[in-house]
Design a protein around this ligand. Structure first.
Ligand code: AMP
Ligand code: ZN
Length: 419
């Protein structure tokens, strides 16, 4: 497949490293007057290894910098503000200037071009154009390449199927979980009227098994896209070789660090992905710890790109769980339970998958006198469900169980059972 951004994506490694160092120094001089970074970083570094000694930025730092401490330009220049779901009531923001939107478009076009998308194609975008950044990538990238975007948003499966049949999109974008659900709902007969050939998925892990099944059963080629709200745009995507995700090294400087020692790991070893913006106006992030675990694939990709490839992300360091594309920390669930019971109680979160849709059930231990009081129990259930819905945007099922039913000595990480 032709490389659309050949000059950028096949730059000889030596030149790429020089370019990255130059951009890092531009960014360092740019952020020095940002409230958060003031006096935290040097004005410049002489080498990439010197850069790798600088302090990290974490998700907690982003929360501490809420709302505008990371702003590197006058506030009047902002044209869009996105946010991820907050775990403690403070969301992670991502703000952008008009120049940033142009930079995102450049970056997204590069990623979308990996899939061969062009002005001849129609893409049904089954993710949201909302506070999160997911849908906006399609807006910038696919539209930037001249493709027709159908912003159908997530859910409402029957309407999605009708649109697919009527408007004949040959591309789609969704979470892998939703795509799986869609394929299960579409009957064999209906599939004959659907023109989908290529699906792009992101927001949560994509399994090789599903990718293979989609190819074999539906002749549907899936491209894995990786991104996060903090950066407001995609970070990495697969090329047609489907053997890892290329990071756009024109836009990001990637490092892999040992999450315990914070030391840079040799190429090929698994660790935490740390990313630095090489271009960004409103909010350049420097050495941001993604909490995502991956490794750099040592071999150069046969597609000809020199930008590094990472293994698909399958898990994170923290206890964040992703349910149908929504990020949830068990602590959010705990907060709601404790608030309504006015005390600490034992609980267990079950995550089950039904027709590719993840469902959440919370077992909560409770005293016998409440269990035996039907009306009190119904009210309690209602208020916990409502408060969880408000906090995590997912409606869970609550099961009250007698005290001491859940085996003891479950550490925090064992609060969740995947079934
Ligand atoms: P959000 O900020 O809500 O978009 O969530 C970002 C997080 O979603 C990332 O840090 C990853 O943990 C996860 N994520 C996004 N895309 C992928 C992907 N393609 N594969 C695995 N995890 C992903
Ligand atoms: Zn490649």
């Amino acid at each position: 497949m032709k490389i659309l951004y050949k000059k950028k994506e096949t730059l000889p490694i030596e030149e790429l490293k020089n370019y990255q160092l130059k951009q890092i120094n531009k960014i360092l001089s740019k952020v020095k007057n940002t409230p958060y970074y003031k006096n935290k970083l040097p004005d410049r570094v002489e080498s990439l290894s010197e850069f790798s000694q600088l302090s990290f930025l974490s998700k907690n730092d982003l929360r501490d910098a809420f709302p505008y401490q990371l702003l590197s330009c006058p506030k009047e220049k902002l044209v869009r503000i996105n946010a991820s779901s907050g775990t403690t009531g403070i969301p992670t923001l991502s703000y952008s200037t008009e120049k940033d939107l142009i930079l995102y478009t450049e970056n997204e076009k590069l990623h979308y071009s990996h899939t061969g998308l062009s002005s001849k194609d129609i893409i049904q975008c089954m993710i949201g154009f909302n506070l999160f950044t997911a849908g906006w990538g399609c807006y910038h990238g696919a539209m930037g390449l001249g493709a027709s975007v159908i912003p159908s948003g997530p859910g409402n499966t029957q309407r999605q199927i009708t649109l697919l049949k009527q408007l004949k999109a040959n591309y789609c974008f969704s979470t892998p979980g939703y795509l799986q659900h869609l394929l299960e709902v579409i009957s064999e007969n209906e599939w004959k009227d659907i023109s989908l050939k290529i699906a792009l998925t992101g927001g949560e892990p994509l399994t090789k098994e599903f990718q293979q099944l989609a190819k074999e059963k539906y002749n549907l080629e899936i491209y894995n896209f990786y991104g996060m709200t903090e950066f407001a745009t995609h970070i990495a995507s697969e090329c047609h070789m489907h053997s890892g995700l290329h990071i756009n090294e024109d836009y990001f400087y990637p490092e892999i660090v040992d999450p315990d020692t914070n030391k840079i790991l040799p190429v090929g070893e698994y660790g935490e992905l740390v990313l630095t913006n090489l271009k960004r106006e409103a909010m350049p992030l420097i050495r941001y710890r993604t909490r995502d675990i991956t490794r750099i694939i040592p071999e150069q990709c046969p597609c000809g790109r020199t930008h590094i490839k990472i293994e698909p992300i399958t898990h994170r360091i923290d206890d964040m769980i992703i349910i149908n594309g929504v990020n949830i920390y068990p602590s959010q669930i705990e907060e709601c339970i404790y608030k309504h019971l006015n005390s600490a109680t034992n609980y267990l979160i079950h995550i089950t998958t039904d027709k590719a849709i993840k469902k959440l059930t919370v077992d909560i231990e409770i005293q016998d006198e409440i269990i035996n009081n039907k009306s009190k129990l119904i009210n309690l259930e209602k208020s916990i469900v409502e408060s969880l819905k408000a906090s995590i945007t997912i409606t869970p099922k609550i099961k009250f169980i007698p005290l001491k039913t859940i085996p003891e000595n479950r550490g925090k990480s064992k609060r969740i059972l995947f079934e």
